[in-house]
Design a protein around this ligand. Structure first.
Ligand code: COA
Ligand code: AMP
Length: 630
């Protein structure tokens, strides 16, 4: 069948499409139907089915005689370690941790926060939770303790599973002091912490709180998989919204299994048994879906890479990993390729490695700029497929369905809508736009299986953030257009979210941090274009009357504060003091125009601007830090 035929078959009979896809999953009890719409516009999938995520990701492959196949290839240039975990080993490790968690009172529906770097134990911990129906929430290691505290208070976990440290180039990230500070700050106190000791930095455990990863398993029975209802949450993953309070995306079990399994062949053109590599981090949705769950559910071997595209040790690392582990399909963010290209523009390093095993490169997480795509294509000699999705959807909204039919690539487009997604471009009144007209990208409800069901503890916010602007649609927060061939082009965000090195961050959240500095009266944070990271945050601060300390000193304090409150991942290094901010007469800060000035783009004076001169002041401040070159 062609892509169009498959898409039409879904559109004509979504129920049959998703029931057929569900046959590839092991059910404890089969669902009677796919969609449950009794609570619309909140939808559920396969609700009366019973299944278990860990069984589908691990045990069923062992039962099918593939226990000796590598499930995980751990490759860590930062610790100079390589290790294979077979499916049989993954099953026994997962059952061991699950049993120990159970013995400590963790039950179906309880939350467990996982705060771990890119080590196999992070995947074991995730799977152990889903094995017993506990809901995990992985927190990315680059966040500060304040962000961890916010997640502890929202998810109210019974336990935290952590490692003693993470390793960033040239720096050991000590997790335990971050956990100590987060627990101190949080109102909710988890019952206990499990700590996996890593050799580069072993820690002393707190006897009343901490348990050693290995010791805590002794004496407990390995746990079996607990079947859960289709709509039972497999995990929560926090993502940035427009304010400092992150949104806990809830991922229901059954839709997640069915949809991710479907994507492995149809989008990533990967067959069971092959090696799949997503170079991301388990703390992000790409890591959840394509380092952990999808490859394992589909019976692939997943590569868990603890390193960076450059500097660990050089710009040839990706090529070595692909060649050494026989990676068939590779997925990463464009920023990783920009980093490699900057270091090795002529692609010399790739000549030392045979990457003929590779079929294709998939890019997502941020806009894939044409230069990067062209460079990657030329250097690697394989097709490069851009695809667009979000933490909320968990899998591709628009991409190239290579396993069905490789569509012609149009550089600058994420290609076409996947079955399950009815994508529309709407104007501000919700009117559908014709081809090639820019507007808000909205998805007609219901969203397909595998997408979020709600926001944890915040159903009201779920409605307000996604469902209220365009009734009957899910608002993606992205703007773009659909061209005459039905290809989707993603152009920008419509909200205060920025994308820094593929990491989604809230400028609103950053403004809350700056505003908490005692000398700051008012502030604005914008995302300016950056050649490496796509965007970088810049903070503008107006000082409280009477403050006459050196501006540089206050700006440095703001940079430090951001690192302490949000974390190094914010990449917030630029804060400037200004006399005033450009505003409309009603007092709205003109952030969009500030971005255009910083990026050297043309802009129009809005009719409602309070004082146009302030734009010149902003421009000259930006020029002093190397921006606003027209
Ligand atoms: N734990 C602790 N700190 C972390 C971290 C982690 N897991 N990950 C990143 N950080 C820190 C970095 O060390 C850096 O700190 P610094 O300010 O002291 O240098 C800071 O957070 C910013 O990190 P990042 O934006 O990732 O910049 P970088 O210079 O370390 O690396 C890239 C830049 C492009 C190489 C890197 O971002 C990358 O490989 N990205 C592509 C893949 C990816 O992860 N995509 C995510 C979604 S698909
Ligand atoms: P996250 O939830 O962190 O995965 O970020 C999702 C956001 O990243 C999207 O809403 C887009 O703004 C952006 N994004 C992801 N993939 C792409 C892509 N292929 N092209 C353009 N933007 C993208």
């Amino acid at each position: 069948m062609t892509y169009r035929e498959v898409y039409e078959s879904w559109k004509n009979n979504p129920e049959s499409f998703w029931m057929t896809a569900a046959e590839a999953i092991d059910w404890h009890e089969k669902p009677s139907k796919a969609l449950f719409d009794h609570n619309a516009p909140l939808y559920e999938w396969y609700s009366d089915g019973l299944a278990n995520t860990c069984h589908n990701a691990v045990d069923r492959h062992v039962d099918a005689g593939r226990g000796d196949q590598a499930a995980i290839i751990y490759d860590s240039p930062v610790t100079d370690t390589k290790r294979i975990v077979t499916y049989a080993e993954l099953k026994s490790q997962t059952a061991g941790i699950a049993g120990a968690l159970k013995a400590k009172g963790v039950e179906k529906g309880d939350r467990v926060i996982i705060y771990m770097p890119m080590i196999p134990e992070a995947i074991v911990a995730m799977l152990a939770c889903t094995r017993i129906g506990a809901i995990h929430s992985v927190v990315f290691g680059g966040f500060a303790s304040n962000e961890l505290a916010v997640r502890i208070d929202d998810a109210t976990p019974k336990a935290i599973v952590a490692a003693s440290c993470g390793l960033e180039p040239g720096r050991v990230v000590e997790y335990i002091p971050l956990i100590d500070a987060a627990i101190d700050q949080a109102g909710h106190k988890p019952g206990f912490c499990v700590v996996f000791q890593r050799d580069p930095h072993r820690v002393e455990l707190k006897p009343d709180r901490d348990l050693d990863w290995h010791e805590f398993q002794s004496g407990s029975e390995p746990a079996d998989c607990v079947p859960v209802n289709g709509n039972h949450a497999a995990y929560l993953l926090y993502t940035s919204g427009t304010t400092g309070a992150p949104k806990g995306v809830v991922r229901p079990t059954a839709g997640h299994l069915v949809a991710l399994n479907w994507t492995m062949k149809n989008i990533y053109n990967t067959n069971p048994g092959e090696v799949f590599w997503a170079a991301s981090d388990v703390g992000w949705v790409v890591g959840h879906s394509y380092i952990c769950y999808a490859p394992l559910i589909h019976g692939n071997t997943t590569v868990l890479f603890e390193g960076k595209p450059v500097g660990t040790p050089d710009a040839g690392t990706f090529w070595r990993v692909i060649s050494e582990h026989k990676v068939r399909n590779f997925f990463t963010a464009p920023t990783a390729f920009r980093a490699i290209k900057r270091e090795d523009p002529n692609g010399e390093a790739i000549k030392k490695h045979d990457i003929s095993c590779l079929r294709a490169l998939y890019l997502a997480g941020e806009r894939a700029d044409p230069d990067t795509i062209e460079w990657a294509k030329k250097t690697m000699g394989v097709p490069v497929y851009d695809h667009w999705w979000q933490t909320e959807t968990g899998w591709t909204i628009a991409g190239n369905p290579v396993g069905i039919e490789a569509m012609p690539v149009k550089t600058g487009s994420a290609t076409v809508a996947m079955p399950g997604y009815d994508v529309h471009i709407l104007n501000e009144n919700g009117t559908p736009q014709s081809a090639n007209t820019l507007g808000s990208i909205a998805l007609k409800l219901p969203l397909p299986p595998g997408t979020l069901s709600t926001i944890w503890n915040a159903e009201e916010r779920f409605h307000k953030s996604y469902l209220s602007t365009f009734p009957g649609y899910y608002e993606t927060g992205d703007a773009g257009l659909i061209d005459e061939d039905g290809y989707l082009h993603i152009m920008a965000r419509t909200d205060d979210v920025i994308n820094v090195a593929g990491h989604r961050l809230s400028t609103g959240g950053m403004e809350e941090v700056l505003a908490s500095h005692p000398d700051v009266a008012e502030c604005a944070v914008i995302g300016v274009s950056d050649q490496l990271k796509g965007q970088l945050p810049v903070g503008f601060i107006c000082l409280t009357k009477g403050v006459n300390r050196p501006h540089g000193e206050i700006a440095s304090e703001c940079v430090k504060l951001m690192r302490e409150r949000i974390g190094p991942v914010a990449s917030f290094k630029l804060a400037v003091v200004v006399d005033r901010l450009p505003k409309t007469r009603s007092g709205k800060i003109l952030r969009g125009i500030m971005v255009k000035i910083a990026d050297g783009e043309k802009y129009k004076f809005p009719a409602t601007i309070d004082d146009p001169d302030v734009l010149d002041e902003i421009k000259s401040v930006l020029q002093t830090i190397g921006y606003a070159k027209s």
